[in-house]
Design a protein around this ligand. Sequence first.
Ligand SMILES: [Zn+2]
Length: 406
Amino acid sequence: MTRKPLLGNRHFSRALNRSAVLNTIKTHGPIGRAEVARRTGLSAATVTGITAELIADDLVFEKAAGDSRGGRPPILLALNPRGGFVVGLKLTETEAIAALTDLQATVIAKRTDRLAGRSPERAVNTLANAVAELVGEARIRKGKLIGVGVGVAGIVDSEHGLVRQSPYFGWQNLPLRDLLQSRVRVPVFIDNDVNTLTLAEKWFGAGQSVDNFLTVTVGRGVGLGIVVNGQFYRGATGGAGEFGHTVMDPNGPVCDCGKHGCLESFVGDPGLVRMAAEAAARGELPGPVADVQSLLALAQAGSPAAQAIFARAGEMLGRGVANLINIFNPQLVLISGEGVRSGDWLFGPMREAIARHVMPGLAGDAEIRTDSWGDDAWARGAASLVLRGLFESPVHQEPVGSSETA
Ligand SMILES: [Zn+2]
């Protein structure tokens, strides 16, 4: 199966060459045409034809090289970051977070809208309005919006644009991509939210220089994005990475998924709040807390019980991450998501647990990095979904483990 090229209806091989040229200019620019031809293996005539098209589309511009060794200064090609724009959307349980970015995934404008309800119609309505508002406010010309990316928690079939299962909304096999596309009238891409965040790291962040890395997100739930040999791993049907539902204690508390003792039920926000309520019932905390921020404030104020709750969660998370390192032998594990705000109360014990449980031979290989966190990171990740379509050759967009062949 070939994917429809993102821009226009050009022949597939033409789309391949165009992606290759554009990606070479993005990665190695400013760069001369001859060097582009050398790196892509395309003929000089093909490169000249494609770059003329990219310049006409405003995606690439020409600049004269500063230093010339006599004669005509060579003309170099560079990516025009403002040659096109994309909107990234992240659906949370209660909100739509939206960001307008340029071609380098730099956020230009953002907004957050509360969802009026959990029905697909209301959610699509909120998403479509957010796109229209952002494009209008930033005065983006019609035709400059290349596409819209959406990240949503749960099991997502990005190939067919379906939300196969959303634990928060109760949606099953919802054709979210087509519903939104009929409203915004530009190509829409959807994926699991953790995958979109991982994609942003792969294309624009810490994952650019490593071929094997994992993104672990901590917040409302616990998620995992997997990059193996430079490619996403999604599993046979797109459900890979449900790290939050690996079992830590079969006799543990009931999880959102209906099973007992999942990692998420100890580390996710509701799990921390539940443990605080239990500590309050034992008289160890003055009372139950409304949210993780309040629990964090108690820990910072010196409450041993609040600190112990984060330590227990961190220990559980560390055991889980140690198991991941034993399975994947990654170069890098990025810890991201809203839970990063808990800082060393959570991640100190996590690092200790990782050190305790990773197989000795593998311990030194994986760098554990805690990301700084901004509210727009999710939306920026969703925007990267569109940008990948622009820069990555269509044959490389097939997910690892897909039953379809290119
Ligand atoms: Zn679960």
